[in-house]
Design a protein around this ligand. Sequence first.
Ligand SMILES: NC(=O)c1ccc[n+]([C@@H]2O[C@H](COP(=O)([O-])OP(=O)(O)OC[C@H]3O[C@@H](n4cnc5c(N)ncnc54)[C@H](O)[C@@H]3O)[C@@H](O)[C@H]2O)c1
Length: 386
Amino acid sequence: MIIGIIGSGAMGTGIAQVAAQAGHEVFIYDTNDAALTLSQHKLEATFLKLVEKGKFTADLAAEILTRIKFEDNLRAFSNCGLVIEAIVERLDAKRSVFGTLEEIVTSDCILATNTSSLSIAAISAKLKNPERMLGIHFFNPAPLMPLVEIIPSLQTAPEVTLTAEALIKSWNKVTVLAKDTPGFIVNRVARPFYSEAIKLYEEGLADIATIDWAMREIGGFRMGPFELTDLIGHDVNYVVTETVWTQFYYDPRFKPSITQKRLLESGLLGRKTKRGFYDYREGSSKAAPNTDQKLGQEIVDRVLALLINEAIDAVFMQIGTAKDIDLAMTKGVNYPKGLLQWANEIGLETVLNRLTELHSFYGDDRYRPNPLLRRMVAENQSFQLS
Ligand SMILES: NC(=O)c1ccc[n+]([C@@H]2O[C@H](COP(=O)([O-])OP(=O)(O)OC[C@H]3O[C@@H](n4cnc5c(N)ncnc54)[C@H](O)[C@@H]3O)[C@@H](O)[C@H]2O)c1
């Protein structure tokens, strides 16, 4: 099958690499010539590195690269079996590109969007055949992150979902099925990792170095929330939080932080601007964390209780199965274990007690325990994850 990729930025380039490595001929298109050239140079450099590391022979790397064709005309996509769009995150731009594409591809071509925050329903609504469209959401960097969320819209034909799922699995990816709701699974469930950590800092419970230390060394996360948001960029991370919050009709559970907004407004976007929560300019030094175990455990317990509550809500609202929700967080954002498995291990009653205490202390609906958690505790249940 020939694969078409629209948009040759960070995601499009990565997805093209994954598809070509899986043996497909790939067409990649961008309206910006410089972006296409950059994508080609990036892929050449990537394969050079992979050869140096011994992952591919030089011959195989050259063969994979020749499978990728860089196109400045969408007409080249006429024989594609699947087209994945990864252009700028704007509804009008995405609708327009699919409108053009629909006139070019054959009727059995599957159309997919890699959107992180727009609804699949809205992107596909204007298509002549919305039943052939769905979300196929890769994580950054696409060649390295195993997870792909598959998101059918209300109008997607079941066989389109099944075909897309099987194809992406054959690319050596782990797929999870997610409902077409804000943030899908990962970008919804992960919100408290950032926002509750920032709230702890705003309240003065601990400084950023201490919270990062606690989440890493006691929580087992690969990076702390402040170093991670500095790496992602506050322009990207804040906007995802704000989008999820507004799309959930301003539910306080997802409320963004003014501290992070100020960073964004100041242009202190993180590593890429050399300042964010931390200072990366030459000569600057990082404050040492307070390594008090009791404080560290308190930080982890609080953030984890909110993350688990969010994972439980995703089960309760049938966004995905319990198994898929755990898979999504371990394979999409490298959590040390699935949140529902973690809840089983901590004990659902302990999680409920932590949330109830926070809810009663703050009087803020952000901490309200999920009804499913209450019910499971009342019925002495735990999550079945196998
Ligand atoms: N970056 C991430 O971490 C990430 C992760 C998952 C999903 N996504 C989603 O993937 C999509 C792309 O993100 P990205 O980070 O690769 O963006 P990017 O800015 O790196 O690349 C976007 C590319 O699309 C091109 N483009 C813009 N309008 C176009 C059009 N009408 N036709 C063809 N090309 C066009 C631009 O020239 C640019 O090269 C977005 O929908 C984003 O939400 C991003």
